[in-house]
Write a protein that binds this ligand. Structure first.
Ligand code: COA
Length: 260
């Protein structure tokens, strides 16, 4: 499929989705949000895709937010619809059954920060600047940012970032747990790829169950999350991959997982 606003590149099981509107620092207009959804939807059903990296085109930005030209036109009705659509697409990414890594190569602001928050892992270049500046425009984050930021960092830090609208650099983002790791700009994609390929070498059913337990379980009360964990654990015990993983350990050889 040809996209106007994103690029996709599948190589040896790893799909790279590049948000590619560098002239507006990869701002997310409605069309871009739809294309991101289509790319992920296709990737979910494509068994050749084992993991995804999301990054931004050009030198400066991952994604500098929702497209302010579009936002400026919103009414209460279309504003709510836009927020709900963005929320749905980012929840689809968060619940994706294969690992999704954000490679944050520059500004990750507003909707860009929210996109990164919906990914399972965030790796930042030293040049990254991350924040939720919506209040400076008189709005609030609308693509799940108020919820994911507070769940990731706690309410205090989330409210500080959301209510000041301040951007923070990569080192501070790592210190507060907003990103998993910070790397020199020229190593960003290779480090993200290395982590993705490590996850791709593990049992894909186990990876899928781990994401489901952490993401879905995290939305549940503790006991229900544990119930989900035990159910997934039990289900995996019926898989060929689990037998292969155990046998490989006992036979002192690498496992050959088949996703069955
Ligand atoms: N929506 C639409 N256009 C955007 C945009 C956005 N979110 N972010 C940047 N752009 C455009 C700018 O308008 C500019 O267009 P122009 O060349 O036609 O003037 C172009 O991208 C380059 O941005 P510019 O502001 O000139 O770059 P900069 O390096 O001086 O500043 C930022 C970079 C990211 C600090 C600044 O662009 C910015 O604050 N962007 C908005 C961030 C934001 O509030 N996001 C949340 C939206 S809810």
């Amino acid at each position: 499929m040809a996209y106007e606003n994103i690029k996709t590149n599948l190589r040896e099981g790893l799909l790279i989705v590049t948000i590619d509107r560098p002239k507006v620092l990869n701002a997310l207009n409605a069309e871009t949000v739809q294309e991101i959804y289509e790319a992920f939807s296709k990737a979910r059903d494509d068994e050749n895709v084992k993991a995804v990296i999301v990054t931004g085109g050009g030198e400066k930005a991952f994604v500098a937010g929702a497209d302010i030209n579009e936002l400026a036109q919103k009414t209460p009705i279309t504003g709510k619809e836009t927020s709900e659509r963005g929320q749905a697409v980012l929840s689809f990414i968060e619940r994706f059954p294969k690992p999704v890594i954000a490679a944050i190569n520059g500004f990750a602001l507003g909707g860009g920060c929210e996109l990164a928050l919906a990914c399972h892992i965030r790796i930042a270049s030293e040049k990254a600047q991350i924040g939720l500046p919506e209040v400076t425009l008189g709005i609030i984050p609308g693509y799940g940012g108020t919820q994911r930021m507070a769940r990731l960092l706690g309410k205090g830090k989330a409210l500080e970032l959301i209510c000041t609208g301040d951007r923070i650099g990569a080192a501070d983002a790592e210190r507060i747990g907003l990103v998993n790791k910070v790397v020199p700009a020229d190593q960003l994609m290779s480090v993200a790829e290395e982590m993705a390929r490590k996850m791709m070498s593990r049992g894909p059913l186990a990876i899928r169950a781990a994401i489901e337990a952490v993401i879905r379980g995290g939305e549940m009360p503790f006991e229900e999350g544990q119930f989900l964990e035990a159910t997934l654990f039990g289900l995996l015990c019926a898989s060929d991959d689990t037998k292969e993983g155990m046998n490989a350990f006992l036979e002192k050889r690498p496992a050959r997982f088949k996703g069955r």
